[in-house]
Design a protein around this ligand. Sequence first.
Ligand SMILES: Cc1cc2nc3c(=O)[nH]c(=O)nc-3n(C[C@H](O)[C@H](O)[C@H](O)COP(=O)(O)OP(=O)(O)OC[C@H]3O[C@@H](n4cnc5c(N)ncnc54)[C@H](O)[C@@H]3O)c2cc1C
Length: 411
Amino acid sequence: MNRNRLDIAVVGAGMVGMAQAALLAVRHPQLRIAVLEASAERPSVPADHYDPRVVALTQASQELLAEVGVWDDIIAVRACPYTDMRVWDAEGTGSVSFSCRDVHQPNLGHIVENSVVSEALRTRLEALPNVELIDGFRLDSWWRDCGHWHLQSRPRDEQLVEGLEDRGEIVETRLLIGADGARSRVRDLLRIRCKDTDYHQTALVCVARCAQEHRHAAWQRFLRTGPLAFLPLAGLGDEHHCAVVWSADNDLARELLMLDDTAFALNLEKAFESRLGPIESVSERFSFPLRGRHAEAYYGPGAVLVGDAAHTIHPLAGQGVNLGLQDVRVLSEEIQRALKRGLEPSDHSVLARYQRRRRGDNAATLKAMSTFKSLFGAGELHWRWLRNTGLSMVDASPLLKKRIILRAMAV
Ligand SMILES: Cc1cc2nc3c(=O)[nH]c(=O)nc-3n(C[C@H](O)[C@H](O)[C@H](O)COP(=O)(O)OP(=O)(O)OC[C@H]3O[C@@H](n4cnc5c(N)ncnc54)[C@H](O)[C@@H]3O)c2cc1C
């Protein structure tokens, strides 16, 4: 493919960027699309153990991945449907249980390892004739003339630049989609400001093997220091493994990271109230500092943001990638509408409509997550009473539960 005459360049081959490129390529075979990825390494799916980084994919996300043509491949590799969700407060008696039976569905969603989703999308992109995936292209600078972006990568070898042999690659495109994650270079180059919230928490992730089977339930206990989630995994033998996402205040997270595996497993089991019996083993731990970010605008001239480049949220409700995939769906709909009406996909009105349809929804979810985090982090008696009463009221109301489940599944 001629890299100088692209219709669309997507910066970032994360789950959102690859899904965006694949959906547009499937719907519009006439468009020439490239995905530019900074990393030169191809991530792989571990064959004999679970990847601790997982996402809880909603039904809406599954439908989008099915249209792209990867959902069956994901299921064929490894994915765990969860039928129930149990949420409870560490300080009180409030708890709520959700079940797929409440909404007459076979499950509430699937827990899937990030590497499984990424590998399926990558393989799909490689099979699509109108897409090129360019690894090792870190967008560094750009200029625009006659409605075209000229994107320049950072030279791979700084030494060579001195000898003027490598100035980095240049790609030319009409529409630029920034899917380059929370610290988006595209957002910076567009000079779009971001509302930034430090949650003062770090997420520790690992895989734990529990004595009891997980029973296809997702478990979440709200501690004052942050939520602790156990998410069921399947596909490698029995059903005793869970992906753990422990969001903890920074000081506690630092202490937990320094413990050896035995001491960490004991702390984890205690924090989880041994709901699945003793924890038999834990994998290597990874940590992610947690910040909320929301771009003040989702587009600039001929360029638009999707996924974490536009919004990053606390993982307590497991919605980050689901929101990103909804951006993908809406932007694709707007581009399709534009093409039908003979408009350029990069037309200002197309990108403005996308922003109107997505920014309000994402802002509401970000706000809800911050409120949850503050409410469950509060130690005063009246807040504890409020959240325990709230959880018990939801649990006692089938109608309210049904509404909450249906809303969560549609994201
Ligand atoms: C602990 C934790 C648990 C989570 N759990 C869930 C969950 O259960 N459900 C859920 O929906 N979400 C969850 N999330 C959120 C989810 O992981 C993110 O929302 C999602 O991965 C964002 O995808 P993305 O493609 O937008 O960005 P990213 O995955 O960050 O991808 C961005 C890509 O852009 C590339 N890039 C960056 N800069 C450049 C550049 N200059 N040039 C070229 N390429 C560049 C990067 O290398 C990367 O490949 C969780 C997050 C955390 C931290």
